[in-house]
Design a protein around this ligand. Sequence first.
Ligand code: C2E
Ligand code: MG
Ligand code: MG
Ligand code: MG
Length: 287
Amino acid sequence: QAKKLGRGRYVLFEKEMEDTLRISREIEEDIKRALNANEFQNYYQPIMDHTGNNILAAEALIRWNHPKKGLLPPAAFLPVAEESMLINRIGEWVLENAIKDGSSLDGVTMCVNISPSQLRHPEFPELVSKLLDKYQLEPSQLELEVTEDVLINYSETVVEVIERLRKLGVKIALDDFGTGFSSLSYLRRDLFDKIKVDRSFIKGAVTDAKAKEILSSTISLGLRLGMEVCVEGVEDKEQKDLLLSMDCPMMQGYLFSRPIPLGKFRLWREDMSEDHDQKPRKIRVGA
Ligand code: C2E
Ligand code: MG
Ligand code: MG
Ligand code: MG
């Protein structure tokens, strides 16, 4: 009886595996179609200075305008893309469009998320250099965001690729800082120009004394190691004021803006600088 049941479970498990694989393959095929049909779109989220009043940078965040499923967030398709080599094609698409858009946004650094598999390619720095040339963007206006998993089982290739990118003048940021297994040990390698403190750190920091201490220590740690520091996930004014009191140089979050398409980003930026100059606000139709 037990044996029978065991085998039954095994068959069930096998079926689930097959279903998962089939769904993954369907999404892969759909991604290939979408690349040709130009269904992907970069959204941009502003990164603000220490006052929260000036835009320093924009982070490119991919979206998929799916004809049947609507607007899809990266979590709905990047994991499948990561398992196949499609992440490299998507990554190149994002990078090219972000560099192109970045060259049209004067004085805004363009930040692009890069997947581990892209950094494993020794030719990646040449691709970046070629795209910067093509769209006439200064290397210092480009920042590539990587997470700790690029360094798990890190190979010398990845370290070399990062070093070559930095030699070009491109900046490298360590994204989601503090969520990995050995965030602190990676900092000793001196590979990063910036840390992006994960949004879990600002959560609760306004009311919880320990969370506040951890947040402010993390900001000073980055600064004392000579890096730029940005805190992600700022959603309300109390959090912004807290960061102001901690001399945090950069912040990003829904309080300022959600990720938005390029056209909206431009208008938002114009409005922002008008507010700042205290000029009368123009009325924008359909913005
Ligand atoms: P990330 O790089 O850490 O990006 C920040 C994520 O937090 C974005 O989610 C953004 O919309 C969200 N976010 C920003 N401000 C707030 C806030 O105040 N509150 C909350 N709750 N969330 C906020 P999104 O766009 O869904 O992207 C998720 C992740 O997908 C990104 O995390 C990044 O790891 C990855 N990703 C996005 N675009 C790309 C891409 O082009 N290439 C690669 N390789 N990964 C990407
Ligand atoms: Mg990022
Ligand atoms: Mg992040
Ligand atoms: Mg993330």
